[in-house]
Design a protein around this ligand. Sequence first.
Ligand SMILES: Nc1nc2c(ncn2[C@@H]2O[C@H](COP(=O)(O)OP(=O)(O)OP(=O)(O)O)[C@@H](O)[C@H]2O)c(=O)[nH]1
Length: 273
Amino acid sequence: MQTSDENKSLRLVGSSGAGKRKTQHDDAQQSTPGADAYYQHVEYYAQRMRDSSQAGDGIDALETALADSYDQRHGNDLYHAQEQLRLAEQRIESLKFELEQLREQVHTDPMTGAFNRRGLNTVYLREAARADRNENALCAVAVDLDDFSRINYQYGYQFGDAVLMHFARMARASLRPSDVVARYGGEEFIILLLDITPASAGWVMQRLRTNFSKKPLLDMDGHPVTVTFSAGIALRRFHENQNSLFERAYEALYLAKRSGKDAMRVAADSDKL
Ligand SMILES: Nc1nc2c(ncn2[C@@H]2O[C@H](COP(=O)(O)OP(=O)(O)OP(=O)(O)O)[C@@H](O)[C@H]2O)c(=O)[nH]1
């Protein structure tokens, strides 16, 4: 039950108009802004509602509580802290996005869009671990465009660049999206064929060869320019590291070049191919 003094105080507070009225708690709020003051304020009015015997008094107290706590709910430290938190979360999201873009730049050859060496190293570690875990086959193919210095000399360096971009595009289009195309050096590429049956690696590369030769670039006069490539294929042994695998792929590539170029060879140990 309320005493008559409390009722008086309740009515006084409740009848002075929402939003503008000043209560005995305003001073306390101003001197101690923030969450503590807010909760004290709420508790104060909650207590008054508990003590109230009539619905009208309770509603009065509730309205007053809402009006008096408006600034604290919307303009106080708690509100600002929540706003800061929201902005910080937004910033974190945009930083994550920037980081993702930077990571992509660090791992990509800007001209061809293929992985660069660093990107290839990262992908190799991941895919080799996966291949070991699942006992999947993984093939590395070393590719070198034939007589590229002559292409540059005859058609210009810019045309040579266009050939490199064209090769990377054709490789991506001819292989599975999960396969990896990386520019390893000037006119050298490494391709990783994942989860491939050894017998398939040869004809997958043959398909790339066919697609590449069927869509030649044109010179200034609109004539097609024939560009070929040589390739060496090596089937990865379980737990074989990158250097060893690529070395075997390069040995096979060397044999392909020695055989007259525009050719493919399979590394000796890849006997299942
Ligand atoms: N256009 C262009 N050419 C490049 C780039 N990087 C390397 N090259 C050229 O690639 C050529 C590679 O020449 P070589 O290593 O002699 O090989 P090749 O002429 O292809 O001869 P083979 O490998 O025996 O078929 C050089 O002329 C380099 O200047 C590049 O980013 N753009």
